[in-house]
Design a binder for this molecule. Structure first.
Ligand SMILES: Nc1ncnc2c1ncn2[C@@H]1O[C@H](COP(=O)(O)OP(=O)(O)OP(=O)(O)O)[C@@H](O)[C@H]1O
Length: 290
């Protein structure tokens, strides 16, 4: 099933606080979208509207032209996976998965079993007795195995250790390749997860700063590394995003592409030209004053 998410001037206010301000964007391709934003940027607020949990204050958000709020048609198509608290849950994994299977029309039971084994989760232990990381692994299992046409992971990795997160990322990439859908991942772990994203949306203080393909975004900057004096001379008229120096070696991130001539000059001056990271761009774009 192909779905289109369309937001137009979407705004959300809590009391007098403007959490989302006139966001407009469209998601229509089955790919992995990275939703990035600093603490309080509005990611969860936006994703909650998309997942039918909340209604906007003004503007619109539709999924195939239908408003999601309290709309059972839409709710079945969207899986919203967040750091759920299981403290009052008396069921074990087996019982929880049986419950999910009843309301998720595309749920793949065998794939869920495969993930449970991968994450090494005990089937019969009560979920409220799981560690935080194990609960997150269960959430991720539900999110992936539900195969909802719109799957949202809102910082779903909380508490997972590095090897467990790695299993999640590998499974996510593999399952997305086999069963493409609109996959949305909201995260702070930009440097760890950037390779997952096909497209990136950056939110800052409730506004959408950009929506762009990952590859095109990171091609918008370069890093220059070498002897400090050579680097300074080379970048003196360029827009700098970040400067780091260790002894006499300096590394500078610049915004903008280099011309062929500039690349040659850099080479002749013994400078190393490398790619910029999404994390550097993210930090720059969401700095105070930018
Ligand atoms: N229920 C609420 N009542 C009042 N204000 C809220 C509520 N939920 C969120 N906010 C405020 O709205 C803003 C956006 O919060 P939101 O949780 O959407 O951000 P976020 O980008 O998900 O942040 P984080 O990365 O820290 O989880 C914040 O200023 C937050 O304090």
């Amino acid at each position: 099933m192909t779905l289109t998410v369309e937001a137009t001037d979407l705004s959300l206010t809590y009391g007098g606080h403007h959490a989302l301000q006139k966001l407009s964007f469209r998601l229509s391709d089955k790919k992995i979208y990275g939703f990035l934003g600093r603490n309080g940027a509005g990611k969860t607020s936006l994703l909650s509207i998309l997942a039918s949990f909340r209604e906007q204050t003004s503007g619109s958000l539709t999924i195939n032209e239908e408003a999601p709020f309290e709309n059972p048609n839409v709710m079945q198509q969207v899986a919203f996976i967040y750091s759920k608290d299981y403290k009052d849950e008396s069921d074990n994994v087996k019982e929880i998965l049986e419950g999910v299977e009843r309301y998720r029309p595309y749920f793949d039971k065998e794939y869920a079993q495969h993930l449970i084994q991968k994450f090494n989760l005990p089937l019969t232990k009560k979920v409220k007795e799981f560690s935080k990381g194990m609960q997150s692994a269960l959430n991720v299992t539900i999110g992936l195995a539900s195969r909802a046409p719109i799957t949202i992971f809102d910082e779903a990795y909380l508490g997972m250790d590095a090897p467990t997160r790695e299993i999640f990322y590998q499974e996510l990439l593999e399952d997305q390749a086999n069963h493409p859908r609109i996959m949305i991942i909201s995260t702070h772990l930009v440097s760890e997860m950037d390779y997952l994203f096909d497209e990136v949306l950056i939110l800052h203080k409730g506004s959408l700063v950009l929506q762009e393909e990952y590859e095109s975004l990171i091609s918008k900057g370069v890093s220059i590394t070498g002897a400090a004096s050579e680097v300074d001379e080379f970048v003196h008229s360029m827009k700098l995003l970040n400067v780091q120096q260790l002894g006499n070696t300096k590394s500078v991130m610049i915004y903008g592409e280099l011309t062929e001539r500039e690349r040659k000059n850099a080479q002749q001056s013994g400078l190393e030209v490398g790619p910029i990271s999404l994390q550097d761009l993210f930090i720059h774009l969401t700095e105070e004053g930018n």
